[in-house]
Ligand binder design. Structure first.
Ligand code: FAD
Length: 409
């Protein structure tokens, strides 16, 4: 049975929805959270967890370290990035702390979403969260100053009335479709493929995540993100505008890189694919878009919260969940659920992405695709790149592990 009434109903229990629920529970706010899938479940992704993820996890449990976070979950610690330029030049940026540094933490972790999302869902607090998996939201209607949600679970139909609905249901959000409008703007949307592989050769001993800017396919990259047990998440993503203009067949290109590219193919000679290539979309945060309205808030991909420069959306989804929970508490305290209560939500949700959004839009306004190869080649070869990253890395780690996430309502 699903309760017929609740103050808040969250649709989707990926990183955005699970985080919203965890922080609602911390504020003792009862709510329902549903997901159409049963966990653990797969999600097409690069599986790269950046320091924003760590930052939110620190707010879930301040005693957390990468080891205590994941416990026995298989994950890989990555101590930096390997950039491979269009000409095939390798630049390894290793940010391993000195033995006496207070920050003995990696820049990235890589964990299959099958495991990571389960890890987050295990943190849902059932004192306040009524959790229903295998439950799909099929209809969302405005009624009596609130929202009526229709669910399907094991062949049964249920209805719940709520004051506020949270759309945490990813790129194809039903909440966005029914309460606002889902419109894809290809200049602010990317397409990505993922394929798990075993025994890819030449992976750095510090498990660097690898990003290869292939000459023929600008505004996108091919990646290898190392996982435990000699496995790797291999993928390829590109801005949809370029995919469409250049009529790129993403799967054929990725296959071509793995089989024929002079830089990459030797590393795949003795490797084995563990699945077919799988694709999904990435709604980027570079487009100005409303993420809240009367009786609803959107988080994560539903709110187009993906970093437009890197394609990272797990951390930004979790930050948006954290921010949303604070706005929801404010709305409940005032018993008002209208758009004006959430007028600053978009600003607070994307606050930590402002420089990436500005840079992305600035470069794209100059038809970046024309000269990106040159730019990448020069930028990555700059002699002080390693020092720059080492310096930034210290700041990122400090922010991730020591700075509270501020929310100005
Ligand atoms: C190829 C690719 C590679 C990527 N690589 C990275 C990376 O390395 N690092 C990174 O940080 N980000 C990466 N991303 C982005 C990242 O995957 C997303 O930004 C992130 O998953 C967003 O989390 P979310 O909670 O908003 O949505 P999701 O993770 O998509 O979760 C949405 C949930 O809603 C549920 N749902 C959907 N519809 C309904 C419904 N009607 N009723 C009930 N439940 C529903 C789904 O089952 C799902 O569990 C990548 C994306 C792609 C496509």
């Amino acid at each position: 049975m699903i309760s017929t009434q609740t103050p808040v109903c969250i649709i989707g229990a990926g990183p955005g929805g699970a985080t919203t629920s965890i922080f609602l529970s911390k504020q003792k706010i009862p709510h329902i959270i549903v997901d159409k899938d049963v966990f653990p479940r797969d999600k097409i992704c690069g599986d790269g967890l950046d320091l924003k993820v760590m930052r939110v996890l620190k707010h879930i449990d301040p005693t957390i370290t990468p080891e205590t976070i994941f416990g026995k979950q298989p994950f890989s610690r990555s101590w930096g990035t390997r950039f491979i330029t269009p000409s095939g030049y390798y630049r390894d940026i290793v940010c391993k702390p000195k033995a006496d540094s207070p920050f003995q933490y990696p820049t990235f972790c890589v964990s299959k979403r099958f495991n990571f999302d389960q890890f987050l869902v295990d943190k849902l607090d059932k004192t306040y969260a009524e959790v229903h998996f295998g439950t799909k939201a099929t209809k969302i209607e405005r009624k009596n100053g609130g929202i009526e949600v229709t669910f399907e679970k094991e062949g049964n139909v249920y209805k719940t009335f709520c004051n506020l609905i949270v759309g945490a249901d990813g790129d194809h959000s039903v909440v966005l479709r029914e309460l606002d409008e889902r419109k894809i703007d290809r200049k602010h949307y990317a397409a990505g493929l993922r394929q798990y592989w075993k025994n890819v050769e030449g992976i750095h001993e510090d498990k660097l995540i690898e990003v290869y800017f292939k000459k023929e396919y600008p505004v996108g990259y091919f990646w290898i993100f190392p996982l435990p047990n000699n496995e790797a998440n291999v993928g390829f993503g590109m801005l949809s505008d370029i995919v469409s203009k250049q009529k790129v067949n993403l799967k054929a290109c990725m296959r071509d890189i793995i089989e024929n590219d002079a830089v990459m193919s030797p590393r795949f000679k003795n490797a084995t694919p563990l699945e077919e290539m799988k694709g999904w979309g990435l709604p980027l945060a570079s487009r100005q878009k409303k993420a809240a309205g009367d009786n609803y808030l959107l988080v994560g991909d539903a709110a187009s919260a993906i970093n437009p420069v890197t394609g990272e959306g797990i951390g930004t989804a979790m930050v948006s969940g954290f921010v949303a929970a604070r706005f929801i508490a404010h709305a409940i305290q005032n018993q008002r659920f209208t758009e004006d209560v959430f007028k600053n939500y978009d600003r607070e949700m994307t606050r930590r992405l402002q420089s990436e959004i500005k840079n992305f839009n600035f470069f794209m306004s100059f038809r970046f695709e024309k000269w990106i190869n040159w730019f990448v080649e020069v930028a990555i070869r700059l002699p002080f790149m390693s020092q720059y990253f080492a310096y930034q890395n210290r700041n990122w780690l400090d922010t991730a592990f020591n700075k509270p996430i501020e929310v100005n309502i």
